[in-house]
Design a protein around this ligand. Structure first.
Ligand code: NAD
Ligand code: DAU
Length: 361
């Protein structure tokens, strides 16, 4: 039985990863450590909250004592480190919180794992720290080309700068201490349980509410979209087959301009909403508003995942047409979740579930 510490497991990708892993692996214990910021929502994990292989602990990754206590209390084999401040717009208005969690928090976690796993200068066998990073650390592309693992880091937003700093810290632990760490760098994810501040769920929610659809700048910035379960699959394979000290890029080869995405969602939503549904009447292009551009807005991301496909045997399984349709259907079928998230009601779920203890078991 392996014990896996997932940080940030109450967020979008972390909660998908926990569900995915518990379904796929029967010989695993998962500890989810999450501070429950605005982005952490335990309702994302309702389906598995009573699973005997799952434990939730509310803690801040920056709290060194709490993190060290956790490593003392459990024989953790794998760390999958998702916890982060993840939204670029928020990093532009409040960069310091991004430095705190993404840089100092990652450093605290790396150090707690190193101390727990090292004995006489060597590491106990079978230990792995997987640091979840992003393609944004490579900066912005022109009209052609792809990010490979060799592309020099050139982050341009406070978010991506903080992620790049945490990547460098992780690699420094490998080079300095021989610490068993590897890094995955993924492109834009979409799918169920994504907080409606990010492009796709924000557009779906605004369309359903009949609110304007804010498209930054000329709408021609390009992102490379990947269905969240394909990201989970790649991380799972990196845990099994990845080489320590290595970086693995993950992307769906699915470049789209933002305006294309918005128009695609309009068309899919019109198709999916029943003809008698009143909301169908206002879902059209007239909701689109071209608004002031994001400061320092990266123009294009595109990932070369050939190393990950070759070395880890990863092949994405969900095409964009299928993934986006399923995602819209998911939001339509989970209006309670969406209502709780947009009203802020989800934050009381923690009190209801766990009282003040902050520990499920
Ligand atoms: P998210 O914002 O949905 O979730 C982040 C989670 O981290 C939340 O549950 C939050 O409560 C928790 N958290 C934040 N600060 C914490 C702290 N100090 N201590 C403990 N927990 C804390 O993020 P996401 O979109 O699921 O992204 C997860 C990871 O994947 C991040 O590291 C992000 O950089 C990376 N990533 C995201 C994408 C994407 O498209 N969303 C793509 C590539 C990489
Ligand atoms: O590339 C991976 C990254 O993708 C992750 O590391 C980040 O955590 C994740 O948030 C995401 O960053 P982006 O900035 O690319 O995602 P976001 O959904 O915020 O924006 C996608 C694009 O859509 C971007 O070009 C900005 C634009 N946009 C976004 C919003 C929220 C709009 O035009 N209007 C909007 O309202």
């Amino acid at each position: 039985m392996k014990t896996c510490l997932v940080t940030g497991g109450a967020g979008f990708i972390g909660s998908n990863f926990i569900r995915y892993t518990l379904k796929k692996h029967k010989d695993i214990q998962i500890i989810n450590l999450d501070r429950l910021t605005y982005a952490g929502n335990l309702e994302n994990l309702k389906e598995i909250e009573n699973d005997l292989c799952y434990t939730f602990i509310r803690a801040d990754i920056c709290d060194r004592e709490a993190v060290c206590r956790l490593f003392d209390a459990h024989d953790i084999d794998t760390v999958v480190h998702f916890a982060a401040e993840s939204h670029v717009d928020r990093s532009i208005s409040d960069p310091c919180e991004f430095i705190r969690t993404n840089v100092l928090g990652t450093a605290a976690l790396l150090d707690a794992a190193r101390r727990a796993w090292e004995k006489n200068g060597r590491y106990k066998p079978g230990k792995l720290f997987l640091h979840v990073s992003t393609d944004e650390v490579y900066g912005s592309l022109g009209e052609t080309g792809y990010f490979t693992e060799e592309t020099p880091l050139a982050p341009r937003s406070p978010y991506s700068a903080s992620k790049a700093a945490s990547d460098m810290m992780a690699l420094a632990y490998f080079h300095t201490y021989g610490f068993p760490v590897l890094i995955t760098r993924c492109s834009n994810n979409y799918g169920p349980y994504q907080f409606p501040e990010k492009l796709i769920p924000l557009m779906i929610n605004n369309m359903l509410e009949g609110r304007p659809l804010p498209v930054y700048g000329d709408g021609k910035n390009i992102r490379d979209w990947l269905y969240v379960e394909d990201h989970c699959l790649a991380i799972d394979l990196a845990i099994q087959n990845g080489r320590i000290g290595q970086v693995y890029n993950i992307g769906g080869h699915n470049e789209k301009q933002n305006i294309e995405i918005v128009r695609l969602i309009i068309a899919a939503l019109r198709d999916l909403l029943p003809s008698r549904d009143k909301r169908r009447e206002h879902v059209d292009d007239s909701l689109i508003r071209f608004v002031e551009d994001r400061k320092g807005h990266d123009r294009r991301y595109a990932i070369d995942s050939s190393k990950t496909m070759r070395e880890l045997g990863w092949v994405p399984e969900t095409g964009f047409e299928e993934g986006i349709r399923y995602t819209i259907q998911w939001y339509l079928g989970n209006d309670e979740w969406l209502k709780h998230v947009t009203s802020g009601e989800y934050t009381s779920y923690y009190q209801k579930m766990y009282g003040k203890r902050g520990n499920a078991k």
